[in-house]
Design a protein around this ligand. Structure first.
Ligand code: SF4
Ligand code: SF4
Length: 290
């Protein structure tokens, strides 16, 4: 039973602007996609969530809003990581998804706006996804912008097309700077999940940051959008106390936004610790079941 369908029009990370372009250029596709989604979910109402710094997109979608479906546009404050579905649900409806739960537990379904637009564009023609809009940016990119790129295109070809300053690539991230994984090989392909490509040259990166002990400043606790205790989790990760991290400190609720690592004055790579801890915990659980 689904009461609300929330369409997520919030960029998942800083630097990315793909959803903004989709909202400005594929408004009719978005509303067609919402019609399909309301039918399959049984939602009584649809709400498009957009951050306050994309007011032009909100105005545009309000202007072309159809009358045959109960849909509204809600502008929410600009705050990373507002694009995470639990944060968005709280910002749009004031509801909280319980720890370990899913949006459907509070009768809500959330769908990304670009996915919604693709459904509206392709389903009427019985077609599947073949290309997607990707933000290509970063200080080392010559022709920064949003590009419509066929899925399967090699990354090397994309970078040749946009041009790299001084041909100097030090780091590439697929996605945004906070959650995007680093890329080790240019011969990988663009996938339907590639939202952005960030490229940095040698002068843009600093690998000299030393990791210092935790000084218990609490900055990571203040930064965590879902009120976890990254400081305590970080200490437990070092001692490989994965069970305790999960049962007593809700490790599995961490959605790896990277806010805690970003603010840590001791440069502790907290989010990397948490990713590793989760995967080791899951592996242990799987081994125990066999
Ligand atoms: S990465 Fe850090 S700030 Fe983000 S949800 Fe996990 S613990 Fe909280
Ligand atoms: S921000 Fe870093 S130094 Fe401060 S409490 Fe958290 S882990 Fe410790």
């Amino acid at each position: 039973m689904c009461d609300y369908l929330i369409i997520n029009g919030i960029e998942c990370e800083p630097f990315l602007t793909t959803d903004h372009r989709v909202m400005l250029e594929q408004g009719d596709d978005i509303y067609m996609g919402i019609r399909y989604l309301m039918k399959v979910t049984g939602a009584k109402e649809a709400i498009i969530g957009i951050e306050g710094n994309k007011q032009d997109a909100a105005d545009h979608l309000n202007k072309i809003k159809p009358n045959d479906i109960p849909v509204s546009v809600k502008v929410v404050p600009v705050k990373y990581p507002q694009g995470s579905e639990k944060m968005l649900i709280t910002a749009v409806l004031g509801k909280e998804v319980p720890s370990g739960g899913l949006p459907i537990d509070v009768n809500i379904v959330t769908v990304n706006i670009a996915t919604t637009a693709e459904m509206g564009r392709l389903l009427p023609h019985g077609r599947g996804i073949q290309e997607r809009v990707i933000t290509i940016t970063g200080p080392a990119v010559k022709k920064k912008g949003n590009y419509l790129i066929p899925i399967g295109t090699p990354l090397r070809f994309v970078l040749d097309y946009v041009g790299i300053v001084d041909d100097d690539i030090a780091e590439i991230y697929m996605g945004g700077p906070m959650m995007g994984p680093a890329v080790a090989d240019l011969d990988i392909s663009i996938t339907k999940g590639t939202s952005g490509i960030l490229v940095f040259g040698s002068k843009d990166v600093n690998h000299t940051d030393k990791i210092y002990p935790c000084i218990k400043c609490g900055a990571c606790v203040d930064a965590c959008p879902i009120s976890l205790n990254p400081s305590k989790l970080g200490i437990l990760a070092k001692f490989e106390s994965y069970d305790k991290m999960v049962t007593d400190f809700n490790l599995m609720d961490c959605f790896e936004c990277g806010s805690c690592s970003y603010v840590c004055p001791s440069h502790i790579p907290l989010v990397q610790y948490f990713r590793l801890s989760k995967s080791r915990y899951k592996r242990k659980q799987a081994l125990n079941q066999n």
